[in-house]
Design a binder for this molecule. Structure first.
Ligand code: AMP
Ligand code: MG
Length: 345
């Protein structure tokens, strides 16, 4: 090696060392806020992180007002208010969410159904006024639960609900959609490394600045909040969980949770207690997690394979199933004898 090659090599090593040192030293900008009825935590690396974080908070607020049942003047509130009467015009975001939700409804044979609104209201789970409705009351609202009654006018961004009393509830997909929007905003602002957690809907952008993946804990569905069954390592992917431990009440030892089987009108009792989907889009992961939770292990696995996503499924008989694509990046915590880790394709 001649002298000039040695100098060039030293120069590159110095630059590489400085860059690595800078990345390792980078402190994340971390901010917590409240939106979509839950806590939103952002971890952002890079310049202007605070401004971008604030922008994401504003965007989520905007989406919330548009998509919640409760906001007067919001798209979904207006659409529900006009059920059985006329169509209403939608912003492009709520139109996109409804359109995508209907696709998941068709693909899941109706297990995922955003017209569950009347059931959500009847049961009141998570409102502090939750109660087991009578069979008659459930039978009465069941004819209102049918995604095929949502009509979208593709040319004019308008939607309508066929029957009076029908109600759209985007609780099973809106947080996931908001996560995708947050990632787009980070990217648009030149951020390469970030993670946003919207009430358990986690979405990551790139790697951590040290080049390693993000480590996302999977909640133990039968332990206190914050206790995990395992950790999954991801880069640039969404990790979204639906579980019967998120919002529920217990009567005579029986758990009544917030994910409904649209066919029966009761909380889904499919044998699954937690479903985590790992996918590139968090809206997709969100809808699929809810759908698989309702479908149960066999039909759920079928859907998971069809979409080519990965999953961690926990069953009521305390077994943990992990799809082959993420077995190398999933680490099981020591939970004693509580769970059985089943390796099966
Ligand atoms: P997630 O936590 O994403 O599984 O969503 C659950 C929320 O979605 C509930 O709190 C309801 O607002 C709504 N939901 C309940 N059951 C369903 C269902 N079968 N399909 C679509 N959304 C549902
Ligand atoms: Mg969901």
């Amino acid at each position: 090696m001649n002298k000039s090659m040695v100098i060039t090599l030293c120069f590159f090593l110095l630059i590489a060392g400085l860059t690595l040192g800078y990345q390792l030293r980078q402190r994340p900008y971390e901010i917590e806020s409240f939106g979509m009825g839950t806590i939103i935590s952002q971890t952002i690396f890079g310049s202007h992180s605070a401004t971008v974080g604030a922008q994401v908070i504003q965007q989520i607020k905007y989406l919330e007002n548009m998509m919640t049942i409760n906001a007067p003047g919001g798209d979904i509130n207006c659409l529900n208010g006009q059920a059985g009467r006329r169509s209403v015009s939608l912003h492009s975001e709520s139109y996109a969410v409804i359109r995508s939700a209907l696709r998941f409804s068709r693909m899941s044979g109706g297990a995922f159904d955003i017209t569950v609104g009347p059931l959500v209201r009847l049961w009141g789970i998570g409102t502090g006024k939750a109660k087991i409705p009578s069979d008659e009351a459930i039978k009465k609202v069941l004819p209102l639960i049918d995604y095929k009654d949502v009509c979208l006018d593709t040319r004019q961004y308008r939607a309508s609900l066929k029957k009076s009393g029908q109600m759209i509830d985007l609780g099973g997909i809106a947080k996931g959609y908001a996560g995708d929007v947050a990632i787009k905003t980070y990217k648009r602002n030149g951020i390469h490394s970030a993670c946003v957690n919207i009430g358990g809907n986690v979405v990551t952008l790139g790697n951590r600045p040290d080049g390693g993946p993000w480590r996302i804990g999977i909640q133990d569905p039968r332990a206190d909040n914050g206790k995990i069954v395992g950790v999954v390592k991801v880069s640039g992917q969404a990790v979204v969980t639906s579980g019967d431990y998120q919002r529920y009440f217990i009567v005579n030892g029986k758990r009544y949770h917030h994910i409904f089987n649209p066919r029966t009108g009761y909380p889904a009792n499919s044998g699954l207690i937690s479903v985590t989907i790992i996918a590139h889009s968090s809206a997709e992961a969100d809808a699929l997690a809810t759908a698989v939770f309702v479908l149960g292990y066999d039909n759920g696995m079928h859907l998971i394979k069809r979409y080519g996503v990965n999953a961690i499924l926990i069953t009521a008989d305390m077994k943990i199933y992990v799809t082959p694509g993420i077995r190398g990046s999933f680490h099981l915590e020591d939970t004693g004898e509580k769970y059985q880790y089943v390796k099966k394709s």
